[in-house]
Every structure is written in C-alpha cells, then in structure tokens.
Design a protein around this ligand. Sequence first.
Ligand code: NAP
Length: 313
Amino acid sequence: MSARLLDGTAVGAAIRQELAPRVASFAARAGRPPGLGIVLVGTHPPSEIYVRNKLKSAAEIGCRAELFRLPETASLDDALDAVQRLNRDDAFDGILVQDPLPSGMGGGASQAVFDTIDPAKDVDGFTPVNAGRLSQGRAILAPCTPSGVIALLKREAIAMAGAHAVVIGRSDIVGKPMALLLLKEHATVTICHSRTRDLAALTRQADILVAAVGRTAFVTSEHVKPGATVVDVGINRVSDGGEVARLFPETSSRRADFAKRGSLVVGDVHPAVADVAGAMTPVPGGVGPLTIALLLTNTVAAAEARAGWSASR
Ligand code: NAP
C-alpha cells in the first residue's frame, strides 16, 4: 500500500473536541445548551445505529440531544407535525429527520418533510433555502457529509484551489453539494453520474476523486491517476465471503474482521486503489466520522446564528 491514509476518525475527534468550548460558551451566554432534535420514524436497523451515535456524540460535547420517535405506521402528517413542533420549540436549534422514512409514507415524503424544517434549524442543509445559499457560496448550514470531506481535505493539507476535482454521484445529499463546496474552494469540478460516457477517462484526470456512488468497490485502479487523492464516501455492507475474498488479500485484517462478524462495511473504492492513489480515505474510519462531527458543527453554528451571534465558520 502506498497511499497516505486520510484519518477521518482523528480529524472528526479533533473537530468535536474543538466544539466543546464553543458549546460551553454558548450555554453560559444563552443560559441553555445548543439543542438538537432528531425525528426517527419506524425501526430501520441502520438508522437506529446512526441516530444513537448522533445523540451520544452531541451529548458528549455538551449539547442537549433528544430523540422523537414515531411508529412505522405514522402518516406523513404525523411526521410533518413532529417537525412543526420542533420548529416552534426554542430549546431546539437543530432538527434532523433521519432518512429513510418508511416506504408506506409514499414517494416524495422525505422531500416534503425536509421542506418543512425551518431553514435556520436545518442542520442537514437539505432545505431549498440552504441548498440555494450553498449554490451562491454563502451557506451557513451545508450538508454534513460533503462539508466533512472539505474539512478533512483542509486539515490534511490537500490543495483544492486549481485542482481538478471529479465527483462521481449527483445526489442532493452528497454529490451535488460536494461539487459546490469544492467549487467554493476554487477547484475545477466535473460531476459524473450513471449516464456519463467513458467515466474512467474523466476520473483519470482527477487530482481529487470523490466517489459517492453506493456500489461496492466500484472505483478501481483504472479510474485513478497515480498520486491522486481519493475520497470514498460509500458505505456498503458486504456479507458474501467470496466477495470479501476478491476484495481483500488473505493477509488483510479485514478478512479476520469478516470471519468474526460475518459482514463488512466496504466503500465505493476498491482497496487496491491504495497502490495507485497518493492519499485515500479508509472505510470505515474515513468520511463517516466526519459526517457526525459536521452535524455537531452545524448544530452549534445554528444555535449561534439563531441567537444573533456571528457564525464562526
Ligand atoms: P444515491 O442517491 O444513490 O446516488 C448515487 C449516485 O451515483 C447517483 O447520482 C448515480 O447516478 C451515481 N451512479 C450510480 N451508478 C453509477 C455508475 N455506474 N456510474 C456513474 N455514476 C453512477 O446515493 P447517495 O445518497 O449520494 O450516497 C452515495 C454513497 O454514499 C452510498 O454508499 C451511501 O451509503 C454513502 N453515504 C455515506 C455517508 C457517510 O456518512 N459516509 C453519508 C451519505 C451517504 P444517477 O444520478 O444518474 O442515478
């Protein structure tokens, strides 16, 4: 392996640690801690884990973090009511509705719920107001995962200005905001998606390649320019032993992890890309921990902005 590993766990911990005094000074000035309300509908097992981690991390830095549960059978109106209550409650500066919502709520439910969140409390940065501010380069609350990628690249001293950044994926939560944030950092940005022709010819031009595809080990060495920085946003669970054997050499500790747990979390980037890339995020331990760190950053920024104090990022 030649690529330098970009350690999201360490950078995420540093960001969380730096937030703690900001939280304490907000609490001292406002007479209450910054508040984060999370709405969880139904019983989607991965969501339970994500929400538990978010609540725990928020509490650790001194925020008030509360979970509002709705049953799997809840209607779209129930979810909208839960959001409206949090919009009105001054103790909460940040509102997060955990995606996905139950399929019974119908297509478009997530967007309808996100659209109802008060933009000042929209710590996921998914409302049209915050998406618009982001496109104008003046976001206070930008989506957490791509913001985390920018924080990681900055702290790891990866130069973005003038670099050619290629983003694979154009979702509203990762790909599009990722491209806009890279543009704000003065990168030259190319966005690729499922209809892109000759993907590898484009990705091989990238100084910074971001994979947000949702397909296990999709990006292989043939997609990567030697020495490029590769950011792997993907989270894919692999439970097939044959696939694990194809992805990881016999000596890899990931094989032992798989033998112990029966499944592995693998990114969108093939592990062998580490032989070609100059720097690379691991999965797990890369982008994931930064998503939570930036959620907390957004919660504190929302609290400060709602109190009329200037946002400090
Ligand atoms: P998504 O909404 O499914 O978007 C996937 C994107 O990949 C789409 O734009 C799609 O193109 C593109 N794509 C699919 N197949 C492709 C192909 N063959 N060639 C080129 N592009 C292709 O997924 P997402 O929500 O953005 O998430 C992406 C990944 O990041 C997932 O693995 C997700 O679990 C992970 N994720 C991680 C975090 C974290 O904290 N680390 C947070 C959020 C998401 P089209 O638009 O043309 O369909």
